[in-house]
Design a protein around this ligand. Structure first.
Ligand code: SF4
Length: 311
């Protein structure tokens, strides 16, 4: 019997959180505002993170000439037709969405928020790409909207961050969290399991460290290899072996056990495009992997927070 966990699933999933907040299902609309990344444009580096392709997890919509308003209009039409969706969060996803001139950032966020039925804003960025002015701007929307900032951290280990060429340190991340916490902005952190050079203890140390911070959400990704990246070279030379599906599921369950029950789990695995993926092949079997995670949580009779220890 499941004890001590109040939700239907054995982890605090994002849909449950959004239903609690808004009383209905809320969909995120992924937006591409044509931003760049300091780890690609030469400010921090030129090659980018070793697993990132030149599209920076983007939809490419901006490059196709679609404004933020047009992207929202198209997504709303699709999601309303397909899922009868009524409320939406504008999610600035591609590249670094706080990296640009302040007036441009403000104009783009407010263009998105002006749309009917947009109830929230989510901004994906790097921890070294925020400052007091940007945080204050995001905080100014929190009275009327749910506002998330999503920090890409990936690992707390500086040796790993160096190896994957992140161009920032764990200390940069802690500084960003300190700047953001207490401003009514919800903080979501992205981490990757299966980074080169990391063992089980290293990965779980990242989760344990996050469990002690004032964060509200987490996105788990497994490391997958995208064609044309530095990771692809390493993989093809036999210098990197991705996690198997079983390894990932077991690691993820351990990670969930270590997280406090109030942290919302926004994502359980990465989601590569089929035409870009080199390995592992199971990355494309998302439904199967998610079912396996739920099945193993049941079999082990475990849940998010089961082994969480507050310092
Ligand atoms: S910070 Fe993000 S967009 Fe920039 S290179 Fe790394 S993964 Fe790509």
């Amino acid at each position: 019997m499941k004890v001590n966990f109040p939700y239907k699933k054995r982890y605090y999933d994002f849909n449950t959180f959004l239903r609690q907040q808004f009383g209905c299902r809320v969909h995120k609309i992924s937006l591409d505002a044509g931003f760049s990344c300091p780890n690609r444009d030469g400010t921090k580096g030129t090659g980018g993170c070793i697993y990132c392709n030149p599209y920076g997890s983007g939809t490419g919509a901006w490059a196709r000439g679609l404004s933020i308003s047009e992207q929202i209009r198209q997504a709303k039409e699709f999601l309303s037709r397909r899922y009868k969706a009524k409320k939406f969060i504008a999610y600035f996803q591609s590249f670094c969405n706080t990296y640009g001139p302040y007036p441009r950032l403000k104009a783009l966020y407010e263009e998105a928020l002006a749309h009917e039925d947009i109830v929230g804003l989510a901004v994906g960025t790097r921890p070294d790409c925020v400052d007091e002015r940007i945080i204050s701007l995001l905080a100014s929307y929190t009275d009327r909207y749910q506002v998330w900032i999503e920090y890409g951290l990936q690992s707390i280990h500086d040796r790993t961050l160096k190896l994957i060429n992140r161009g920032h340190t764990y200390a940069d991340f802690l500084k960003a969290v300190e700047m953001t916490a207490g401003r009514k902005i919800l903080i979501c952190v992205h981490i990757i399991l299966g980074l080169p050079g990391e063992n089980r203890e290293d990965m779980l140390a990242t989760v344990k460290a996050l469990a002690q911070l004032p964060i509200n959400g987490i996105k788990f990704h497994h490391l997958y290899v995208i064609k044309g990246t530095k990771m692809a070279e390493m993989y093809l030379k036999g210098e990197y072996t991705p996690l198997s599906q079983e390894e990932y599921v077991e690691l993820l369950i351990e990670a969930l056990e270590l997280l406090p029950p109030h942290i919302v789990v926004q994502r359980l695995m990465g989601d590569p495009r089929k035409d870009e993926l080199l390995a592992p092949a199971w990355s494309l079997r998302k439904r199967e992997t998610l079912t396996l995670i739920e099945k193993r949580l049941e079999e082990k009779n475990t849940w998010q927070g089961k082994r969480w220890q507050q310092n």
